[in-house]
Each structure stands twice: as structure tokens, then as C-alpha cells.
Unconditional design. Structure first.
Length: 158
């Protein structure tokens, strides 16, 4: 049952942001796909973003015993894998996908979507997600926030 919920929220949340909205944006205007060679540079970003996002979703399911949706959040604090480097890798990978799509489709509108997504994700993390994680995991989450950056990996001194 948890696997089905995880798949559902995967298609619902990042699927909407990274597939449905960009498809709607791109299909609403006339464009020539791959009209310039540099558009191909968007493909690796999309693939890296999708692979990273799926890895994080799998970690939430397998290690955290939950999904990416706030209504069915992980019951265990996930701090390994990609979460060892940044606290919010799913958001980072969604933005990576959107930037790749903006390059691939030469779409300013998808860049605007990415900026809106970044602002909304930042506000959601700051005002909902982090306080909820502090309440749920207490000191272990506090220690985690001290050693792992929110969006950008921290340089460790040797």
C-alpha cells in the first residue's frame, strides 16, 4: 500500500510540475524542437534531475517508510544517500529538470515556472516543512541541519 501511495504522489506532485505544466507551456505555442544544437544540452539535465528525484523518492519509501507528500511523510528521518549532501535534494532535482526543459524547448515560460517553484518551495520548507521536522525528530533533526545545507552542499573542513 505504501508503494502505491508513493507512486501516486510521485505522479501527482513532481509529475505535475516537471511534466504536465511544461507540456502545457510548450504545446501552447509554435516551436521547432531541436532547432539549435545547444538545445541538446537540456537532455542531460533532465535525465540527471529525473534520476536524482526518483532516487530520493525511493529513499523516502524504503528508508523513511513514507512518501514525498506532506500528508504521508516519512516516519524515519532520511539522512543518507543524497540527503547526506543537501536537506532538500528533491526540490533541487525538480529545478534541475525544469532548467533542462527550458533549455531543450528554449522556453522563457518554463524558466518563469522554475523561479515560481523555487520561491514556493523555499517558503514551504521555511514555514512548514522545517518546523514540522523539528517537532517530529527534535534533536536529531537539529544536528542534521547543523551539518547539512538546505539547498547547497556545505564544504567540510578537514
Amino acid at each position: 500500500m505504501l508503494l502505491l501511495r508513493s507512486l501516486f504522489f510521485t505522479f501527482l506532485l513532481p509529475g505535475t510540475v516537471t511534466v504536465l505544466i511544461p507540456y502545457w507551456i510548450v504545446s501552447s505555442r509554435d516551436f521547432r524542437l531541436f532547432s539549435r544544437w545547444f538545445q541538446y544540452l537540456g537532455i542531460p539535465l533532465i535525465l540527471i534531475g529525473a534520476a536524482g528525484l526518483l532516487a530520493c523518492i525511493w529513499q523516502f519509501f524504503s528508508e523513511g517508510r513514507g512518501t514525498l507528500a506532506p500528508v504521508d511523510a516519512p516516519r524515519e528521518l532520511v539522512v543518507r544517500g543524497l540527503y547526506k549532501y543537501v536537506r532538500n535534494p528533491m526540490y533541487v532535482f525538480v529545478v534541475t529538470i525544469l532548467i533542462g526543459e527550458a533549455i531543450l524547448f528554449t522556453s522563457t515560460a518554463i524558466i518563469v515556472e522554475a523561479v515560481i517553484f523555487i520561491v514556493l518551495a523555499y517558503l514551504f520548507v521555511l514555514f512548514y516543512e522545517e518546523p514540522a521536522l523539528h517537532r517530529q525528530f527534535g534533536e536529531s533533526y537539529e544536528k542534521y541541519t547543523q551539518r547539512v545545507g538546505r539547498w547547497i552542499p556545505r564544504l567540510r573542513s578537514s
